[in-house]
Design a protein around this ligand. Structure first.
Ligand code: GDG
Length: 490
């Protein structure tokens, strides 16, 4: 319950962004629109049931918005200066941690200025959480931008139960060890009681980093931390021994919402219209990604172009639609990626397109969810060829949408989703010949096989939805809550 006297909350989510976007009407009056996303959907019921608060940035630099209520949630903005956005968000988060944690597909920048800003902003978030969490409350910290928050928060508020979920991969120690601040990051995370990862392998990589840095054993996903002042451990965290659990909790989607959208006639009509507008091809292939170097868009284009060159696919009856939604456009690597991708699209279309048909229908836009679902419904083959991806929700959204038990998912084994979606055509996107074979198998797969595979995939996604993900995590976290007697003894 919220204590209205001093506004304290039993359940607090801490994430880089608030779950709302500011919209400004024609008359200049501002309001807040819920930003659609799985995390909000998953946490909304928990927030309502517990009178929760959500701490995050509004997405606008130098915004000093007061806390406010929206949709039954108490929202607490953390103001970030333009410099903090540049150094903490675009810098350390997206130009250091993001490439490092995605296996150095792009070169990470190791900058002391970035690091200092990351520490300072993490402290701002930790202090905001410490100020609103009720005595003995639960705080759930989200993602790689806030890895220092668990420890900072525990130092401020040892009474809290703290969870952390990492939405992106956690790299093997051989790569993680490049990070000049590897020890501080691991210490930061160990402030949590429960650290969740997407894949079993990510939790394993994290536990290995703990063993290598602190020269200790871990067993069955548990790290036993001695009390302050003992061993080589970060010792300001607690004056009693603590157990930290690191486990995988694969995230999912609000599958019911996707099923409801497919049932809408206007969405189905739109799917038919898309097919018609594309010239009624036999095969529509689809890619939907944020424009990001982790997503393997270039590899997909390379395989497709070779199939066209070899005459195994033909633009008269096949088209590849690529939605590349704009992302992190101020970070240099993303600017050059966009140039490279657009150069490739131009080349492939110039080489293989005809007056009537483009080879690649490339769209650098974001679309409403209804349009995405219509595209999923229209697509015969969905291409998810990420080089490294925590989970990849697009793969699950495609599957949830296909209530007709049709469509083929080509899925990278380097996406977390591959651990669950085993009936997809799994590919190594670096192996262009293998990718080409999978694309051709998808195009020529019989209706019976498509149905068998899609049924199994849908069963998995509909049962393991995002509600189940948050429940599994929060139940595991609640089980770690110290008993009253242990608290009293501490
Ligand atoms: C990170 C991890 C992990 C994309 N374009 C549009 C649009 N989208 C939606 C998709 C999907 C979401 O954005 C993207 O989620 P992904 O999981 O595919 O990838 P990341 O953004 O990299 O997310 C990832 C995820 O966190 C959750 O833990 O799975 O591995 O990298 O929902 O549909 N949605 C709309 N218009 C677009 O143009 N409406």
């Amino acid at each position: 319950m919220a204590d209205t006297e001093d506004e304290r909350y039993d359940f607090v989510v801490v994430a880089n962004r608030l779950p709302v976007d500011r919209v400004v009407a024609h008359d200049g009056s501002p309001s807040w629109k819920p930003s659609p996303g799985g995390l909000v959907t998953a946490l909304e019921p928990v927030m309502r049931a517990n009178t929760g608060a959500w701490i995050g940035w509004t997405g606008v630099a130098d915004d000093h918005q007061e806390p406010f209520d929206a949709d039954g949630m108490h929202l607490v903005p953390v103001p970030l200066s333009a410099e903090a956005v540049e150094l903490y968000y675009e810098g350390f988060s997206n130009d250091t941690i993001w490439p490092l944690y995605h296996d150095v597909i792009a070169q990470p920048t190791y900058s002391r200025r970035f690091w200092e800003a990351y520490v300072a902003v993490n402290r701002q978030f930790a202090e905001a959480a410490a100020a609103v969490a009720a005595e003995g409350g639960t705080v759930w910290v989200q993602d790689y931008q806030l890895q220092l928050v668990p420890r900072m928060l525990r130092e401020l508020r040892p009474d809290l139960v703290i969870g952390f979920f990492n939405h992106i991969p956690f790299p093997a120690y051989g790569l993680f060890s490049q990070l000049p601040w590897r020890r501080e990051i691991v210490e930061g995370l160990l402030g949590a009681d429960l650290i969740g990862f997407q894949r079993r392998a990510d939790a394993g990589n994290f536990l290995r980093a703990v063993r290598r840095i602190f020269h200790v054993q871990t067993a069955r996903g548990q790290v036993e931390l001695p009390a302050a002042g003992q061993g080589s451990w970060p010792n300001s965290m607690s004056d009693r021994p603590r157990t930290v659990v690191a486990r995988h909790f694969p995230i999912s989607i609000d599958a019911k919402a996707y099923v409801a959208l497919v049932e809408r006639q206007d969405v189905r009509d739109r799917a038919a219209q898309i097919r018609h507008d594309l010239g009624d091809p036999t095969t529509i292939m689809l890619g939907v990604d944020r424009l990001d170097y982790t997503k393997g868009i270039q590899h997909r284009f390379a395989a497709y172009a070779e199939l066209l060159a070899e005459g195994k696919l033909d633009v008269d009856d096949t088209v590849l639609v690529q939605i590349a939604s704009p992302s992190r456009e101020r970070v240099e690597t993303y600017k050059s990626l966009r140039d490279e991708i657009e150069l490739t699209v131009g080349r492939v279309n110039g080489e293989y397109g005809t007056i009537a048909h483009s080879a690649i229908n490339y769209l650098h836009h974001g679309y409403p969810r209804e349009e995405m679902v219509a595209l999923f419904l229209a697509a015969d083959v969905m291409l998810v060829t990420a080089l490294r991806d925590g989970m990849n929700l697009v793969a699950k959204e495609y599957v949830a949408t296909r209530a007709d038990d049709d469509g083929v998912l080509v899925l990278s084994e380097f996406a977390g989703a591959a651990d669950e979606l085993k009936q997809a055509l799994l590919v190594n996107p670096h192996d262009i010949e293998g990718l080409k074979r999978a694309m051709l198998s998808a195009v020529h797969m019989s209706r019976a096989e498509r149905r068998t595979r899609m049924r199994a995939l849908r069963h998995r996604v509909l049962v393991h939805d995002v509600e189940r993900w948050s429940k599994d995590f929060l139940d595991a976290l609640a089980a770690l809550r110290p008993t009253e007697s242990a608290r009293a003894a501490a």
